[in-house]
Design a protein around this ligand. Structure first.
Ligand code: NAP
Ligand code: HSE
Length: 431
């Protein structure tokens, strides 16, 4: 960008938008030293012009509630979208790219659902569409996959990508809170999305995983085909039982590449307590990946918040401001990335945790283990607990590796037994 002053049109001035503006103000000299240009937020788009703003980016900044004021201003060099949601950002980003104007966004939901189309448009218009803030907030995983590890084939990537879910599970683990109490605490601390369903049902982590699959594998994994399980039904009792066996329960986003097939999903899983990701607590995010040349790499940091996410957005703006060649948005040359060859999730293999709730009477244990044997599931550990009520008791099985389709078939059969008094709880175990 051949200019001494780079003007930004900022759509959205909430948590991340104000964080970004504060960093630009505070680090202006530092930014200039690195890119030789001044960054000025010249226009800000908000929903409510009457809202009292405690901070204004610069004396030159004009506020508006009309997207046209950003999109038709010829002085604006880069549009930064920090509104959230789908419709309004989609329109703003599309209109900006159609004019060949580069865009920075932290909108993981939009990029998961409409990314392929938007990246195609950006490539066609030779415009930048950068999104470091969209995955894991301040943790620089996008740039790491796009540039630093570009020469590697990524064999596997396992992440804790949702700070709210990780905070909730940490509170349940360390303080014995139940799910509802821990969620309320996460909301009070401001970690959760406006709609916490996205956090607790695994959808926010799934949005981020879809973006990472594109970066790591150069393939488009349709969001609606990604298997997603959340944490809203997790009970404190399973967290305590898992701990007795030496495991910690985490919400995991994972992708593996096997013989050209992509195995991916978001699900709660038991991790051995000494697993490096088991130690990631509170609202923090982390990504552990294996490249075929570099081996293991782990990134860790704040996955949300005004300054951490603002830091990622600013890095994208600076990259675009100093860019003189055509921006590379996905890390791959194709304008349209191929569809992923998806491994049927039912064929995936893990170790497993089962908690059965059963009547305490003769033959129950042998019936349960009989079904396991019938479906080729080998039991590694089995424990029966006494129950204060005395009527139903929990029995826990930990198994050796077994296919998910066998697990589902076994669960169906077991849950139909008359001695099973509540649906069986099942989690995968990662080693
Ligand atoms: P936020 O605090 O809710 O702020 C949203 C901003 O957008 C507000 O300034 C709001 O205006 C404005 N806005 C909303 N709808 C609008 C519309 N239709 N037209 C014009 N302006 C509109 O959101 P945020 O937490 O900063 O998140 C922004 C984006 O970053 C989202 O995509 C989010 O998923 C992503 N992200 C957030 C975090 C985080 O830690 N918060 C981390 C990573 C990624 P008013 O000020 O007038 O209400
Ligand atoms: N709600 C998200 C989280 C914010 O908890 O991780 C950052 O994307």
């Amino acid at each position: 960008m051949d200019k001494e002053v780079v003007r930004i049109g900022l759509a959205g001035f909430g948590t991340v938008g104000t964080g970004l503006a504060k960093i630009i103000l505070e680090n202006q000299e530092w930014i200039k030293r690195r890119i030789g240009k001044e960054l000025v937020i010249s226009r800000v788009l908000v929903r409510d012009l009457n809202k009292v703003r405690s901070f204004i980016p610069s004396p030159e900044t004009k506020f508006t509630d009309n997207p046209d004021d950003l999109l038709t201003d010829p002085a604006i060099d880069i549009i930064v979208e920090l509104i959230g949601g789908i419709e309004a950002p989609y329109t703003i980003i599309t209109r900006a790219l159609e004019q060949g104007k580069s865009v920075v966004t932290a909108n993981k939901a939009l990029l998961a659902l409409k990314g392929n189309e938007l990246f195609e448009l950006a490539t066609q218009k030779k415009a930048g569409l950068y999104y470091e803030g969209s995955v894991a907030g301040g943790v620089p995983i996008v740039q790491t996959l796009k540039e630093s590890l570009a020469g590697n084939k990524i064999k596997s990537l396992t992440g804790i990508l949702n700070g709210t879910a990780n905070f909730i599970l940490t509170e349940m683990t360390l303080r014995g809170l139940d799910f509802g109490e821990a969620l309320r605490k996460a909301q009070e601390k401001g970690y959760a999305e406006a709609d916490p369903t996205l956090d607790i049902e695994g959808l926010d982590a799934a949005h981020k995983l879809t973006i990472l699959i594109r970066l790591a594998h150069g393939q488009n994994y349709p969001f609606d085909q990604l298997p997603v399980e959340g944490i809203s039904s997790i009970q404190a009792t399973d967290i305590a039982l898992a701990a007795e066996f030496g495991y910690t329960l985490k919400l995991i986003a994972q992708v593996k590449e096997k013989s050209g097939y992509i195995q991916a999903g978001v699900f709660p899983a038991l991790l051995p307590k000494d697993h490096i990701l088991a130690k990631v607590d509170g609202p923090f995010n982390s990504i552990l990946l294996y490249g075929n040349a570099v081996g293991p790499i782990m990134l860790y940091g704040q996955g949300a918040g005004d300054l951490p996410t603002g830091s990622a957005v600013l890095a994208d703006i600076m990259a675009l401001a100093k860019e003189n060649s055509e921006p590379n948005n996905t890390g791959f040359l194709e304008a349209s990335l191929p569809q992923a060859k998806i491994l049927d999730p039912e064929l995936t293999v893990y170790e497993h945790y089962f908690r059965f709730t059963v009547l305490d009477r003769p033959g129950v244990l042998s019936a349960l283990s009989g079904v396991m044997g019938e479906y080729n599931i080998s039991i590694a550990q089995a424990v029966q607990k006494t129950s204060p009520s005395g009527r139903s008791v929990p029995i826990v099985f930990l198994t050796h590796k077994a296919q998910l389709k066998d697990v589902h078939a076994a669960l169906k059969e077991i849950n139909s037994f008359s001695f099973v008094t509540a649906p069986t709880v099942h989690y995968r175990i990662l080693s």
